[in-house]
Design a protein around this ligand. Structure first.
Ligand code: ADP
Length: 294
């Protein structure tokens, strides 16, 4: 981060917080998949800053909106947003810095996730589209969960995949699966407030042991989609799921729907990171179609 950019960020921090900080030190930190991440240390406090190309500012605008919705739910802790903007050809998002990596209780995280999911909307979707990774995520409001999932999740990723040259078997199976969605999604879910991208890298514990979630792709949808994603890249502990289910048990059939919900993320990984995910997506579709023909 060059000094003109850090000065612009510092100015924004001063305006938003009323602090009058003149100097800071910047430390680059690893871990982000999509953006660059930094700690900006001042003599008063430390901030966490994510940056990307200026044309990606929209991602930070939506991430900020999602974090604010999660914060307002008063359930799982999320970082407070200080602001966002662009300068020197770079978009940035400024948050409070939260020291993480502590030992926390998985059951607290599980119970708080269920409480987050108790925050409801009237319809599926949201007031604005956002991003899943750097892929647009369509949140156009809808009364039917099966239609929402068909059109804005599965269908949307399959169209992107076609545009990227993934034809043949993937598309044929995808078409069959879309026709079967009402049969898979007949469990009458309600529109719950979701983190939307809840893999294990987006939940941690503060040094005081408090669970914290970040980097969301928020919308209102079936709560099982969040739980499914926690299981996608190495699940959470059994205590996490037990505490969640004690707070709010799952409907029968979750283990099948889990594959359908995670297919969205695998297709997104195919579209973001390439053909290494194509076989996995095909195998998931075959497993799902076998369920309805059984
Ligand atoms: P990306 O959007 O690039 O995936 P993340 O938002 O996941 O980036 O952040 C990258 C890493 O930075 C996270 O894995 C987490 O360890 C850490 N992190 C995220 N938000 C904060 C924060 N507010 N304070 C301190 N560390 C954070």
């Amino acid at each position: 981060m060059n000094s003109a950019l850090s000065s612009a960020i510092l100015e924004q921090i001063n305006r938003a917080t009323g602090l009058n900080v003149r100097h800071c030190s910047i430390q680059s930190i690893g871990g982000g998949c999509i953006n660059q991440a930094f700690q900006l240390k001042t003599d008063k406090t430390t901030f966490f800053v994510k940056t990307n190309r200026a044309d990606r500012l929209g991602m930070f605008v939506r991430e900020s909106g999602g974090l604010q919705l999660l914060t307002a739910s008063n359930t799982l802790r999320t970082p407070n947003v200080i602001g966002y903007g662009s300068a020197e050809g770079t978009a940035y998002l400024i948050m409070e810095n939260i020291p993480m990596g502590g030992n926390g209780r998985a059951e607290t995280a599980g119970r708080q996730l269920a409480l987050l999911h108790r925050k409801k909307a009237d319809r599926f979707g949201s007031t604005a589209d956002n991003f899943i990774g750097s892929t647009p995520q369509i949140n156009q409001s809808c009364d039917s969960w099966a239609s929402f999932w068909q059109q804005h999740r599965l269908g949307f990723q399959l169209i992107l995949a076609k545009e990227k040259g993934y034809h043949g078997r993937l598309q044929a199976l995808g078409e069959q699966l879309q026709l079967q969605l009402p049969a898979f999604l007949d469990h009458a879910p309600t529109p719950s407030l979701l983190h939307g991208d809840l893999w294990s890298g987006n939940l941690d514990y503060t040094t005081k042991g408090e669970p914290i979630i970040y980097d969301p792709a928020v919308y209102y949808g079936d709560r099982e989609t969040d739980l499914a994603m926690t299981e996608l890249f190495g699940g959470f502990s059994d205590r996490f799921y037990a505490a969640y289910c004690e707070e709010w048990p799952l409907a029968p059939g979750y283990s099948v729907r889990k594959t359908l919900y995670n297919l969205y993320h695998i297709l997104n990984h195919l579209n973001l990171f390439g053909s290494g995910y194509e076989q996995q997506a095909i195998a998931m579709m075959q497993r799902l179609l076998a369920e309805v023909s059984a």
